[in-house]
Design a protein around this ligand. Structure first.
Ligand SMILES: Cc1cc2nc3c(=O)[nH]c(=O)nc-3n(C[C@H](O)[C@H](O)[C@H](O)COP(=O)(O)O)c2cc1C
Length: 173
């Protein structure tokens, strides 16, 4: 599949089929995250795979949307702030690294006919407690994962026009 076609195919899936995700597909998605670029190649990520019923129940309680309950797998993408790169002015880059890994994963999932949705609006404190995360491990993104049972929402096509976001050679208001 041509890259732009794949990038257009990915959408935020908010309804999943009651169908397990094959282990080899899950491994490919994790591999896509593993090979993502990161600042100074520090790779400050921890990917927590939630696919057992007991843990799914607990993680679902941290984002109590009805659609979220249908995903058979949830990937919790965390940054290890002990390992992430900080620029000389203090700017933290671990969050950027996790976002890139997440994007790799969503695209790999779409390529395999699976679907995902970025979720950041979860209860962070509850997540940390459910997963027993130490202070320096911060959960940043949930990726519910499964076979889609919906179609892209209207939002999916709503993107700003290139002319409104591109600045050639200089920035103008
Ligand atoms: C950083 C980030 C956080 C997001 N958090 C949530 C969320 O908590 N819940 C949700 O339903 N969608 C969330 N989304 C999905 C966006 O709403 C969605 O990507 C956007 O509306 C564009 O639609 P599309 O992904 O179908 O193209 C998030 C997306 C990003 C990139």
């Amino acid at each position: 599949m041509e890259f732009l076609e794949l990038a257009r195919k990915r959408y935020s899936c908010r309804k999943y089929r009651d169908q397990a995700v094959e282990k080899n597909q899950l491994e490919k998605i994790l591999e896509a995250g593993r090979i993502a670029p990161s600042a100074v190649n520090f790779q400050p990520w921890r990917f927590i795979v939630i696919n057992e019923e007991k843990m799914l129940k607990q993680i679902r309680s941290t984002y109590a949307r009805s659609w979220f309950q249908s995903a058979p797998v949830v990937l919790v993408l965390c940054v290890d702030y002990k390992e992430s790169w900080k620029r000389a002015d203090g700017k933290e880059h671990g969050d950027i690294d996790i976002a890139i890994a997440a994007d790799h994963m969503t695209l790999q999932a779409s390529d395999a006919g699976l679907a995902t949705c970025w979720v950041c609006n979860f209860d962070r404190d509850k997540c940390k407690s459910v997963l027993n995360l130490p202070k320096y491990i911060e959960p940043l993104v949930y990726l519910p994962l499964g076979y889609p049972a919906d179609e892209p929402s209207a939002n999916h096509e709503k993107r700003k026009a290139l002319k409104d976001i591109i600045h050639w050679n200089k920035f103008e208001e």
